[in-house]
Design a protein around this ligand. Structure first.
Ligand SMILES: Cc1ncc(COP(=O)(O)O)c(C=O)c1O
Length: 490
């Protein structure tokens, strides 16, 4: 750990049983840390008095070791300022003969579900998450009201230390749970008690948690095909059997799910804005899905990741708001409405599941950081959240129009799907013989981030194309991105 008083060097071992003098042991210990890059060029050493005290040696011994390193040029002493690692050491780190990557490390014994999951995770590459065309999943960070956020954060960091720094409520901050309950009621038609709301470290944690709570090895999960990659990987790593269920213009095809796995345990859906095909689940399908879950004694995960940014006509009711069988676990995230590095999300448990959830959260999880929750609670209560959502709805609507305006040049090559929520959509290749991977590689080479629909598929589908994120891109970046795609098609 580095401090202004100098790094803590407790890794140096002094062995009084050795023949070697203690000052030499200390000299060698310090030299090793410097040569292996543990202390960088220009970094301050603790005062010899501190060093001696922390390592249990006399000050004279510490002075001996330090003087020797100064005379060898590894350390420099500046009168009145202290002792520093010589600047000549910058960038001169000793190359270790064997590093973890240079030799074949013995593999640990893993659980069978993890072994299977590692085999099934086809792709380990993460897409770049820079604000540019056509990155998906990233909101327009430049439009976030940072001044208000900073003001609220500062207020909380100055408030009662027990509240800010102590262990928080494992279920989440009560004020935040109440604020979310009110928001969900007003904005998504969901009537729930704050006790049904559990705060998590992003929607992704909710998926892992739900999988862990409900799925035994090999149990079946209806999964939209194509569908959300993060949730898919969470359930795979729980040892579940994922059943690819077709998606058409009305969203998940419930009949297909029933034909393939009537005995499903869980269904995962993105009803407000299907990930990635951008369709909205029709009302009749919503009702059919809820009935199917009830018949099978199954649960439905409703991932409403970007439903707040609805810019179509009247949005359809959320599944949770019409769930008369108490079957829906609603998952929300602040990654899109606020920003992803916050790592805050929430789930709304069915009433029947509150006790089990409470037990898991209080005994095995211990919750997420408290003060960001307090900031978000104030952000909602003071009205900044609704204002921000309204502004961003308009922004994404506009970006969506701009995207379609510049896409006209791709007519004949690509059909751009109209979306009514969120900030990504898909473009289908009109020539279905075109290779998605080749197109995407060429796009990357031209500085454009795209991903193929195939990346989201559990089993291949008969439509090819790309997923296009437009939320974080400026108008000129969108135009440029469309120009690049036009050249690639040509
Ligand atoms: C379908 C879907 N659900 C949820 C999330 C949000 O996940 P998290 O809250 O863990 O950032 C994303 C992020 O891109 C997503 O694509």
């Amino acid at each position: 750990m580095k401090t202004r008083a100098g790094a803590i060097l407790s890794s140096i071992r002094i062995d009084r049983g050795q023949d070697r003098k203690i000052s030499v042991q200390l000299y060698m210990g310090l030299r090793d840390i410097i040569l292996s890059g543990g202390l960088k060029g220009g970094e301050r050493l603790p005062a010899t008095r501190t060093l001696a005290g922390e390592l249990g040696v006399s000050r004279t011994t510490a002075l001996d070791a330090v003087s020797r390193l100064i005379s060898e040029g590894l350390l420099e002493s500046h009168i009145g300022a202290g002792t520093f690692v010589s600047h000549t050491m910058t960038g001169r780190v000793r190359v270790k003969p064997e590093t973890a990557t240079s030799r074949e490390a013995p593999k640990p014994r893993l659980s069978s579900s993890t072994l299977l999951a590692c085999q099934m995770f086809a792709e380990r590459r993460r897409l770049p998450h820079k604000s540019q065309a056509f990155v998906t999943a990233l909101p327009a960070l430049g439009l976030f009201p940072m001044a208000q956020w900073a003001r609220l954060s500062a207020r909380h960091l100055r408030s009662d230390r027990d509240a800010v720094m102590g262990y928080g409520n494992p279920f989440g901050l009560s004020r935040l749970r109440a604020a979310i309950a009110a928001h969900l009621n007003a904005s998504r038609g969901i009537q729930c008690e704050p006790e049904q709301i559990f705060i998590v470290g992003g929607a992704q944690q909710a998926f892992s948690l739900i999988g862990g709570m409900l799925l035994d090895q090999g149990e079946k999960v209806w999964f939209e095909n194509p569908g959300a990659i993060g949730a898919r990987n969470a359930f795979i790593s729980q040892g579940a059997e994922l059943v690819p269920v077709a998606v058409d213009d009305e969203g998940i095809v419930v009949e297909d799910g029933l034909a393939k796995a009537p005995d499903f345990r869980l269904a995962f859906v993105t009803p407000s804005h299907q990930q990635p095909l951008s369709k909205v689940l029709s009302l009749s399908r919503r009702l059919a899905l809820l009935d199917a879950a009830d018949q099978a004694d199954a649960f439905v995960v409703e991932d409403d990741y970007d439903g707040d940014f609805y810019f179509g006509d009247q949005p359809l009711p959320t599944l949770k708001s019409i769930d008369t069988h108490d079957r829906v676990i609603y998952v929300g995230t602040f990654s899109k409405t606020l920003f992803p590095s916050l790592r805050l999300g929430f789930l709304v448990a069915p009433v029947s599941m509150v006790d089990a959830m409470s037990s898991i959260f209080s005994s095995a999880l211990s919750g997420v950081p408290t003060w960001p929750q307090a900031v978000v609670a104030d952000f909602i209560d003071e009205g900044h959240f609704s204002t921000h959502i309204r502004t961003m709805r308009q922004h994404y609507k506009k970006r969506h129009e701009i995207l379609h305006k510049y896409a006209t040049q791709l007519a004949g090559h690509m059909h751009l799907q109209k979306a009514s929520a969120g900030f990504h959509t898909v473009g289908y290749f009109l020539d279905q013989a075109r290779d998605e991977d080749q197109f995407i590689k060429a796009a990357h080479a031209a500085g454009l981030t795209l991903s193929g629909i195939g990346r989201y598929c559990l089993t291949p589908i008969d439509r090819k194309g790309v997923v296009i994120g437009y939320g974080a891109a400026s108008e000129s970046e969108i135009r440029h991105g469309m120009d690049v795609m036009a050249q690639l098609f040509a």
